[in-house]
Write a protein that binds this ligand. Structure first.
Ligand code: ATP
Ligand code: MG
Length: 205
């Protein structure tokens, strides 16, 4: 019996943009993933200086962005747990969820992380355990060097050069705060949601 191959992409997704979708799609194609779960954080410890858009809005925008791809979906394990988000908790929660859903079937986990995120992997909690329980794929991101973090077991991380897009949520928020077009940066349904809900209207940090 073959194991279910599941990608996980964690992030603030404030908001989700086409760079996230392209990176996930590339890894899914190259690693023949059955599905990819996008897990928005509740409140990341390193972003506490800036107020995030409410989790409900970030989840709603992800749902709109992923609606056209049956292999992509949102998981709210991190939002539901609350507090700071640590990837080891994400993995534990998803493991428990999938043990119930896919009885007797193993799951191979693939964490999809952009170059900036994988470079900071040494600051994550339980890196050794994470590397033994899941595969980590660091994908290229314009403006960031793709390199292994300085952590024990780093050779188990795979670096993958993909054709990613030069887009960040920071840029999207800045444009939205000026009322500028977000065309080509986020799916049109996400742009519509941002406008309708007046998100990111105040100047962004
Ligand atoms: P912000 O500007 O607010 O930090 P962001 O664009 O970096 O937002 P995040 O939600 O912080 O988006 O990122 C979630 C994950 O997606 C991280 O692993 C990040 O490296 C990756 N990622 C984000 N944008 C890209 C991109 N354009 N190409 C490849 N990976 C990306
Ligand atoms: Mg980021």
């Amino acid at each position: 019996m073959t194991a279910h191959r599941v990608g996980i992409m964690g992030g603030t997704f404030d908001p989700v943009h086409l760079g996230h979708l392209i990176a996930a799609r590339e890894v899914a194609r190259i690693h023949d993933l059955d599905e990819v779960l996008f897990s928005p954080v509740y409140q990341p410890w390193h972003k506490q200086m800036r107020g995030l858009a409410p989790a409900a809005d970030r989840v709603a925008m992800l749902e709109l962005a992923l609606a056209d791809d049956p292999a992509f979906s949102v998981t709210t394990v991190d939002v539901d747990r609350g507090g700071d988000t640590y990837t080891i908790d994400t993995l534990n929660d998803l493991d428990a969820l999938f043990a119930g859903k896919h009885l007797g079937e193993g799951v191979d986990w693939f964490f999809i992380t952009g170059a900036d995120a994988i470079a900071a992997f040494d600051s994550w909690k339980s890196t050794d355990e994470l590397l033994s329980r899941a595969r980590f794929i660091g994908v290229s991101r314009p403006g960031h060097d793709l390199r292994l973090p300085e952590v024990q077991g780093a050779e188990r991380i795979e670096l993958l050069d993909v054709d990613s897009a030069d887009i960040s949520s920071t840029e999207v928020r800045e444009l939205a705060s000026r009322g500028d077009s977000l065309a080509g940066l986020v799916p049109s349904a996400v742009e519509q949601y941002i406008v309708e809900h007046g998100l990111y209207r105040s100047p962004q940090s």
